[in-house]
Design a protein around this ligand. Structure first.
Ligand code: GLN
Length: 380
């Protein structure tokens, strides 16, 4: 294996989902719904396939989808973007992240992440030859240590990556935090990359796109996807929105990574993004019920549960149960309790920092969530 990938193991999500199957445990680990996306979107995909929309799509997206993405971005942020010059459709947000890193980061550039961070950020930065600096967000509220962040910015800093709502903590970056980051970016000529795939799962606070702050659009790549919002994680439709000078880099990388994304699914994604607001309201209402079942159950089972404002994840401290670390706890949880969670130490540069923390997801039907919390209450 190439040196740039030597330190990365099979992703923790794959490992844990395999263990779930092996031990017949309830999977509250990897974040994928165990229910299906909406009928009208699935119908649109079937329709597109039947209508023969099956050859290569335009590299940066089928025009219809680029327009739907721009329209939704306008609704969400008030920003008017050119669908032809500032929107790039990718194979999931994961590809948008890779294309952004590979298209805009030079070897030796420094990029700042907030730990715990989603695993693909570090791996794609390694592919780009970048140096990673991590600022740790600490419980209970995972707020940004502003002074630490400020001193981390150096002359080599090329970008700061912000994921809000934040996986795995459920934290949402506040307006004050985003303003502080925006000022740092502007003063030091640093770019911002934002992963906003959970923007429609904002329960306790208002989601704010960093690009909408004054002077930020021109230095930000805003990334999002269809998977979480439409419970279609397997479709792998994502996108990056950025001003033309940054889109240039993203598109060049995208052109040589995947060239284009699945054509019929892009037509269906376009239909999905034109859903009425009531779709998003209902999604949130459903998820609120699920979240309460999981959070109440975890508390009753004896965990220290940290408040989650957004995403479909909840972070807990497992130390009341007396295990050495998150890996040992998760192993016990799978084998003896029959529930899978995600150990979080892999999301830090220094694994020690995550050893008390474990992530659970509530993107499962209510029966499954009740069964999982029932097992934990009984067997832990
Ligand atoms: N984003 C999903 C999660 O955090 C997993 C994606 C993946 O398996 N790579 O659970």
């Amino acid at each position: 294996i190439a040196k740039r990938l030597e330190k990365f193991k099979t992703t923790i999500f794959t490992q844990m989902s395999q263990l779930a199957i092996k031990h017949g445990a309830i999977n509250l680990g990897q974040g994928f719904p165990n229910f299906d996306g909406p009928e009208f979107v699935k119908e649109a995909a079937i329709q597109a396939i039947k209508e023969g929309k099956n050859q290569y799509a335009r590299g940066f997206g089928v025009p219809d989808l680029n327009s739907s993405i721009a329209a939704r971005f306008k609704k969400d942020t008030g920003l008017e973007v050119d669908p032809e010059k500032e929107v790039t459709v990718t194979s999931g947000c994961t590809e948008a992240i890779a294309a952004t890193m590979l298209g805009l980061i030079n070897p030796g550039d420094e990029v700042i992440l907030f730990a715990p961070f989603y695993d693909s950020y570090e791996a794609t930065l390694s592919m780009a030859g970048a140096k990673v600096k991590a600022i740790t967000l600490r419980p209970p509220d995972f707020s940004v240590p502003l002074n630490e962040l400020k001193s981390a910015v150096s002359k080599d800093t090329r970008a700061i990556l912000i994921n809000t709502p934040h996986n795995p903590t459920g934290k949402m970056f506040s307006r004050e935090e985003l303003e502080f980051i925006a000022t740092l970016c502007k003063e030091n000529d640093v770019l911002a990359f934002t992963d906003e795939v959970y923007d429609k799962l904002a329960f306790e606070a208002e989601h704010i796109s960093l690009a909408s702050l004054p002077g930020m659009y021109e230095r930000t790549v805003t990334m999002n996807s269809l998977g979480k919002t439409f419970s279609l994680t397997g479709w792998k439709i994502g996108w990056a929105i950025a001003p033309p000078h940054l889109t240039w880099g993203v598109r060049q990388a995208h052109a040589f990574l995947t060239f284009a994304t699945s054509t019929p699914m892009q037509f269906a994604a376009s239909v999905a993004l034109r859903a009425p607001e009531s779709y998003y309201e209902e999604l949130k209402r459903d998820y609120n019920v699920k979240k309460d079942i999981l959070v109440d159950g975890l508390k009753a089972a004896g965990f220290i549960v940290y408040p989650s404002s957004g995403t479909y994840f909840v972070m807990v401290d497992h130390t009341p149960f007396g295990f050495e670390n998150d890996i040992a706890f998760c192993e016990y949880l799978i084998k003896e309790v029959g529930v899978v969670a995600i150990p979080t130490s892999v999301f830090y540069l220094n694994p020690e920092e995550g050893k008390n923390l474990v992530r659970f997801t509530f993107c499962k039907d209510e029966g499954t969530l009740r069964m999982a919390v029932g097992r934990m209450k009984e067997r832990l």
